[in-house]
Design a binder for this molecule. Structure first.
Ligand SMILES: NC(=O)C1=CN([C@@H]2O[C@H](COP(=O)(O)OP(=O)(O)OC[C@H]3O[C@@H](n4cnc5c(N)ncnc54)[C@H](OP(=O)(O)O)[C@@H]3O)[C@@H](O)[C@H]2O)C=CC1
Ligand SMILES: CC(=O)[C@H](N)C(=O)O
Length: 255
């Protein structure tokens, strides 16, 4: 059985991957989707031609990995594509966030980094030559971000982990792509709060375009997928400019 697995499929970027995946992989037998909101996953499954298997759980708790591991062990599917999209952020000074919402940033590290890593290791034994992993990092991975400090740090982890893992599994012909979009118009900002920088509002992208490019980049075995000129520019700027200067510019851009 050939399958795709998507975390964070109940909304935004993950849901869009679920919608587009069947067109990129025409031979998939099932798509397995993971998130906490079951009703959203059920609604999604009604929109997709390929049978969808729903895993309703919290990726920061261990039960979901036990359920998934047991099923993988029993059914031994060929995972053609894993998309790690579950994640969240919180805008504001890190200390203020901690004061207002104790534990929030630890949960963010848990979901954005630990859960993504665990999912990858749970799935890798069931991946074979030609399989793909897409880890949703962010353009926030390119440089530290005051006002998004913990979030940007989690995404730097995702980017670094994805690129190194990509080298490690290349000899098995498994291809890892770190997807690094700028702001994308999803429910993300309902949790995170609107972006502090007016520039981010100006370059807000739509999930279908970001996901389409990510799937094309994955097909082309690219290790990095960056949607849109502004974010490509941001990546180059973060590479060539001293981070001290980029940090100053970011502070000026904050509202
Ligand atoms: N929107 C943006 O501007 C950008 C987003 N990204 C990244 O893209 C990814 C997807 O974000 P996006 O689609 O925009 O945001 P959304 O808020 O729309 O989607 C987040 C998804 O993660 C799931 N999720 C959240 N917490 C948990 C949890 N504890 N366990 C399981 N699933 C969970 C949510 O499902 P549920 O609530 O049902 O559990 C939802 O499906 C994130 O990693 C984000 O950091 C990267 C760059 C830009
Ligand atoms: C939410 C994101 O990851 C985005 N790249 C941003 O920095 O706003």
């Amino acid at each position: 059985m050939k399958i795709g697995i998507i975390t964070g499929a109940s909304s935004g970027i993950g849901r869009e991957f679920a919608r587009q995946m069947e067109y990129f992989y025409q031979t998939l037998d099932e798509i397995w989707v993971i998130a906490r909101r079951k009703e959203k996953l059920l609604a999604l499954s009604a929109q997709i031609r390929v049978p969808v298997r729903i895993f309703n759980g919290d990726l920061t708790e261990k039960e979901i990995y036990t359920e998934l591991s047991n099923l993988l062990e029993t059914e031994k599917p060929d995972i053609r594509m894993l998309v790690n999209a579950a994640g969240f952020g919180k805008s504001g000074n890190a200390e203020d966030i901690r004061r207002k919402e104790a534990g929030c940033q630890s949960r963010m590290i848990d979901l954005n980094c630990r859960a993504l890593t665990e999912m990858t290791f749970v799935c890798l034994p069931y991946m074979s030559a030609g399989s793909r992993i897409l880890n949703i990092a962010s353009a926030a991975a390119f440089c530290p971000q005051p006002g998004f400090a913990v979030y940007a740090a989690t995404k730097a982890y995702v980017l670094s982990f994805s690129r190194a893992l990509g080298e490690e599994v290349k000899n098995r012909r498994i291809y890892v792509t770190a997807v690094c979009p700028g702001p994308v118009d999803t429910e993300f900002f309902e949790t995170a709060g609107r972006p502090e920088s007016f520039l981010k509002e100006k370059v807000m992208a739509e999930a279908p375009q970001v996901v389409r490019k990510a799937l094309l980049d994955s097909r082309a075995r690219k290790s990095l997928s960056i949607y849109g000129l502004p974010m490509k520019g941001a990546q180059i700027a973060a590479k060539v400019l001293p981070h001290r200067l980029v940090l100053k510019l970011e502070q000026i851009g904050r509202k």
